[in-house]
Design a protein around this ligand. Structure first.
Ligand SMILES: Cc1cc2nc3c(=O)[nH]c(=O)nc-3n(C[C@H](O)[C@H](O)[C@H](O)COP(=O)(O)O)c2cc1C
Length: 411
C-alpha cells in the first residue's frame, strides 16, 4: 500500500486562512496527512485548535519552543514532508521568502527545507499588483518556488475586485496532486530539448576599470531560462554581467564581452532552440588600454575609436552547420518597432523576432514588465503589457507548440 503523502501546510495571516480548514479536510479525504504551521497573524483569523482538530495533528506556531524543538525541531519539520504548501501566502510571507528571512517558525522552515514549495497567494489586488510583490514573486519563481493562483474575482472588502483571491480548494488540490505525482519528465513539452538563451548586457572594456555598457537588466532572459526549464528543457543561459541569481536547474555561463558571448554560444551548440535576449553592444573599443587612462591638466579628453562587434543573432541565423531549428531574436527599438523587427527577421535569418519599444518612458529596460510584438514570416502578434515572467512563460509555451508541430510535420 502506498504510504501517506505528507503535506506541511503553512498558513499565513490573510482573510482566506479560514479556507484552509476545508483544504485540510479535503486533503485528508484523499489520503494525505497534513501537518500545519501557523504564523502569528494567521492565529488572528483561525484558531490552532480548529486547525488541529481538522488535521488531527499537532499544530506548530512557535520557533522558540523548547518542547517542540526537543520533540521534532524546525529542521525536521522542514524535511519530514513531501511538499510544503503555503496557503494563503500573504504579501508579507512572499516578501520574507524572497529575501531569505527566517524570523519565525514558518519562514525558518521555508528557508531550511529541501522540499518543493507551492505557494498560493491571496491578498488585495493592489497588494498583488504592487511592483514590490511582483518583484518578490519573480524572484521566488526564479528560485524554483511554484505558484497556484491567485484567482481573479471579488474580494472580501466591498467593491474590490481583481487578481488576489486564494485559488479555490479543488484547484489547490489538483495543483498539489500534480506536484506529487511521479514526475514523468519525458512527457514535459520541452523534455529532451536543448534551449540556449542569451541575456543581459555586455561590457566592452575601455581600460581595466572602465567599460561601455547598456541598461539591460537580464530579467527577461533569466525569466525565459526558468520558464524553459519548467517545461522540461535542458537550458544553457549565457549571461552578461547582471546581479541576478542562477535560475534553478539551469546551466549558467557568465561572460562579459560580445566576443565572449559569441564564443560561449558556439561552444554551447548544438541546440534545438536559441533565443537571443541579450542586449549585445554593437560596438567595442577598438584598442582597449591595458593601463588606466589618466587625466592630465591641459590635455584633450581621449578619443575612443570603436570597432563593430560580432552580430551573434546573424551569425547563428546564417549558420549552415548546427543551426538551431528555431532561432529567436529580441529587438529593442525606440522607433518603428515592428518595421525594424521585420527587417531584422530577414537580414539576420531569424525565425521569430520579439520586438519591444525600449524608449525611456516605457520603463521596459531594467523594469519588470514588457510589451512585445512577435514578428514571424506569417505576420505580427501584438501581446498586451505583462510581467516579464508572464512573457517568458507565454513565449516558451509557443516555442513548445512550434517544435511539437515541426516534429509532427517531419513524422
Ligand atoms: C483584516 C485583515 C485582513 C488581511 N488580509 C490579508 C490578506 O488577505 N493577504 C495578505 O497578504 N495580508 C493580509 N493582511 C495583512 C497581514 O495580516 C499582515 O501583513 C501580516 O503581517 C501577515 O503576517 P504573516 O505573513 O506572518 O502571516 C490582512 C490584515 C488584516 C488586518
Amino acid at each position: 500500500m502506498q504510504s501517506k503523502r505528507r503535506i506541511l501546510l503553512i498558513i499565513g495571516g490573510g482573510i482566506a486562512a479560514y479556507k484552509c480548514l476545508d483544504l485540510i479536510r479535503r486533503l485528508r479525504e484523499r489520503g494525505f496527512s497534513v501537518r500545519a504551521i501557523m504564523t502569528k497573524a494567521a492565529e488572528q483569523f483561525v484558531t490552532p485548535l480548529a486547525v488541529g482538530a481538522i488535521s488531527n495533528e499537532r499544530v506548530f506556531t512557535e520557533l522558540f519552543n523548547l518542547d517542540d524543538e526537543r520533540e521534532i525541531g524546525h529542521i525536521r519539520l522542514a524535511r519530514d514532508c513531501d511538499l510544503i504548501v503555503v496557503a494563503p501566502a500573504t504579501a508579507d510571507l512572499l516578501a520574507k521568502m524572497a529575501h531569505g528571512q527566517a524570523n519565525d517558525l514558518a519562514t525558518s522552515v521555508l528557508l531550511a527545507t529541501d522540499k518543493r514549495v507551492l505557494a498560493a497567494p491571496a491578498m488585495n489586488p493592489r497588494m498583488w499588483l504592487n511592483p514590490a510583490t511582483q518583484r518578490n514573486v519573480a524572484q521566488l519563481k526564479a528560485d524554483g518556488i511554484s505558484f497556484i493562483g491567485p484567482a481573479v474575482g471579488e474580494m472580501a472588502e466591498r467593491g474590490e475586485a481583481g487578481p488576489g483571491r486564494l485559488a479555490e480548494v479543488p484547484v489547490l488540490i489538483d495543483a498539489i496532486e500534480r506536484r506529487l505525482a511521479p514526475r514523468d519528465t519525458a512527457a514535459m513539452p520541452l523534455a529532451g530539448r536543448h534551449v540556449l538563451i542569451t541575456s543581459g548586457p555586455t561590457h566592452e572594456p575601455i581600460d581595466p576599470v572602465r567599460y561601455l555598457a547598456n541598461r539591460s537588466s537580464g530579467k527577461q532572459g533569466f525569466a525565459l531560462a526558468a520558464a524553459a526549464r519548467s517545461l522540461g528543457a535542458n537550458v544553457t543561459l549565457i549571461a552578461g554581467p547582471v546581479a541576478l541569481p542562477d535560475p534553478a536547474g539551469v546551466t549558467v555561463v557568465r561572460i562579459e564581452t560580445a566576443a565572449e558571448m559569441l564564443d560561449a554560444v558556439t561552444q554551447a551548440l548544438p541546440a534545438d532552440v536559441a533565443i537571443f535576449a541579450a542586449a549585445v553592444a554593437d560596438w567595442r573599443i577598438a584598442k582597449p588600454k591595458s593601463e588606466k587612462l589618466k587625466k592630465s591638466a591641459g590635455s584633450e579628453p581621449p578619443a575612443l575609436k570603436l570597432a563593430e562587434n560580432p552580430d551573434i543573432l546573424k551569425t547563428i541565423g546564417h549558420r549552415s552547420k548546427d543551426r538551431p531549428r528555431l532561432v529567436v531574436g529580441f529587438a529593442a527599438e525606440t522607433e518603428n518597432v515592428v518595421a525594424n523587427a521585420q527587417k531584422k527577421l530577414k537580414s539576420k535569418a531569424a525565425d521569430w523576432i520579439v520586438a519591444n519599444d525600449v524608449s525611456p518612458e516605457t520603463g521596459i529596460m531594467g523594469g519588470d514588465r514588457n510589451t512585445v510584438h512577435i514578428v514571424t514570416r506569417d505576420g505580427v502578434e501584438h501581446w498586451s503589457d505583462m510581467h516579464k515572467t508572464d512573457v517568458a512563460e507565454k513565449l516558451m509555451v509557443r516555442v513548445a507548440i512550434h517544435l511539437g508541430q515541426q516534429s509532427a510535420d517531419i513524422a
